[in-house]
Ligand binder design. Sequence first.
Ligand code: FES
Length: 172
Amino acid sequence: MSAVKTEAEASAPALAGGKDEPKDAERREFFAKLGMGSLIVAAMGTGLFTYEYFSPNVLFEPSPIIKAGKPDQFPPGTVTFDPKTRIYVINGPKGFYALSAICTHLGCLTAWKPELNLIACPCHGSRFNRDGVKVAGPAPNPLPWLKIWLSDEGYLMVDRSTQLKGEEFLRV
Ligand code: FES
C-alpha cells in the first residue's frame, strides 16, 4: 500500500461529515437568521410605506379662531398686542375691535409702540394708527379689522380668517 494520499483521499473526511459538520450547521443557522432578519426589515419598510401612502396628506394648522381673553383683561384705551396669535385687541371709546398685526406691505409682524401711539413695522418703516390706518411707509393698505365677538362663556373671540369690510365695534 502506498503511504501517499491522493488529493481526493485527503479531502474525503470533510465531505463525509465528521469534524466539520457542526461548522456547517452553524453556518446554515447564521444564514437562516440573516434571511429572517432581512424579511423582517423588508416587511417593516413595506408597512411604513403603506402607512405613509394611506395617511391623509393634510397640513395641520392652528385654528384661526382665538380666545383673546375676558374683556376686563383689556382696560379702556389700551392696545394689546399678542405676538403669538398676531393680533391686536383694542379697547377704544366705541368698544372693542381687533386688528391683524401682519403688515400689509410684505407681511412682517408689526408691534405696538405706546411712546409713539402707533403700530410700527420694523421692516420698511410703515406706521399705522390704532385704527389700523396707515400714516407712513410703503404699506398699500390699512391693517385689516378682524371679526370679534363675545362667547357664551364671556370671552372675547377673534376670527383671524374673517376680515371686516369696515369698522365694527363690540360693546360689552
Ligand atoms: S413689511 Fe412692513 S413696511 Fe414692509
